[in-house]
Ligand binder design. Sequence first.
Ligand code: ZN
Length: 375
Amino acid sequence: MPPEAGTGFRRQTVGPRPVHGQPHAPLPNLGPMKAFADPAQSLHSPGFFLMRGRVHQNFEVPARAEALAQGLTRLGIASTTPAPAPRAALERVHSTEYLDFLRDAPAEWAALPEPGPEIVANIHPSPEMLAQGAKPPAGLVGRAGWFTADTACPIGPHTWQAAIGAAGCALAAAAEAASGRTAYALCRPPGHHAYAARAGGHCYLNNAAIAAQALRDAGAARVAVLDIDSHHGNGTQGIFWERGDVLTVSVHGDPNRYYPWYVGHTEERGAGEGQGCNLNLPMPPGTGDADWLAAIETGLAAIRQFGAEALVVSLGFDASEHEPLGLLRVTEDGFARAGAVVGAAELPAAIIQEGGYNVQLIGTLLERFLGAWAG
Ligand SMILES: [Zn+2]
C-alpha cells in the first residue's frame, strides 16, 4: 500500500534560475543529466524466442546496452553504476513469492532431468483454472508457468543479477528525480511488461514501477508514468490499476494487432481509487511521427491535469520505422521531437530504458531523444 503523501518532496526547475532578491548571486549549476548503467546486465543473455511457431534467437541481447552506452558517450554523458536494487525497494512493487522464484528457480531448474539452458514455461494456468481455485504448485515446471505470462521471458542463471542491477539503475534515476533533476537509467532487461508477480515480454522486474514507487516514497504526492515504448505497458498498468496516486499513460501499437494482444485498449481506465488514472492511447499500424507525437501531447496534457510532481518515462525505441518487430513508423526526427516535447513539461524525471531491438539504430535514437530533452 502507498504511504501517506509526504511533505518533503522538493520541486525544482531543471536548469539554472535566478535567486530571488540576489540578482547577481552565482546561479546553481545542476550539471549535465546523469545516467546509470550496470555491467551485470551483460550476464543476462536470453536465447529462446518463439515467433509464429518457430524458435528464433532472442532479440533482447547484451549488444543493445552497448549500443545505448555508445549513444550516451556521443552525448558526453558518463554513466555510473549504482548498487543493485535492495530487496525492500523491490517488495514495494513485487510479491515476495515472485521475487524468491526469480532468484532461486535457475538453480532448481538445473537440477531437473535434462533441463534446457533457460527456464521457459510450457503451461500457464488458464482463466478456467484460475476461476476454479488454481494455485501455484510445488513443482518448478508448474511454477514457471504461474510466474510467467509467455515464452518471451526465458530465465537464465544470471537473469536475477542483471534484473536487480537494472532496477538499481531505475532507483538511482528516481533519486535524481526526487531531488528535482532528470536522469536516465540504461535498464536491461527492460521492465514494463512485468506485473507484481509475473514476468513477460523480456521483462522480469518492473523498473518504471519501482522508480515511480520510489518517487512516491520520497514524498511526491502524485507521480505519472509516460510509456512510449511501442508495446503497451501492461505490467505497469497492472501494478497501479487500483492506485489513485500514480497516473499511468501508454502510447503504443494497437493490441488488436500487436503484443501484449489482450490489453492496452482505451476503455481500460483503472479501478477503485485508480478509476480514471490509467490512459491508453493505442495507435494503428503504420502510425508515423505526427499522430504519435500528438498522442504523446495528449498524454502530457493528462499528466499536467493530474498534477504530477514527478515523471517516469518508459522509453522504448521500438516505435521506430526500422524496428525489426515493429508496427509503427516513427522516424529519428520523431524521437528527437518526442524528447523535446516531454522535456518541455519541466517535471523532474526518471527516464527508464524499455525496448527497441534495432541494435544498429537505438544508440542514435537515444542520442537524439536525450539531446533534444537537454537542448
Ligand atoms: Zn516494446
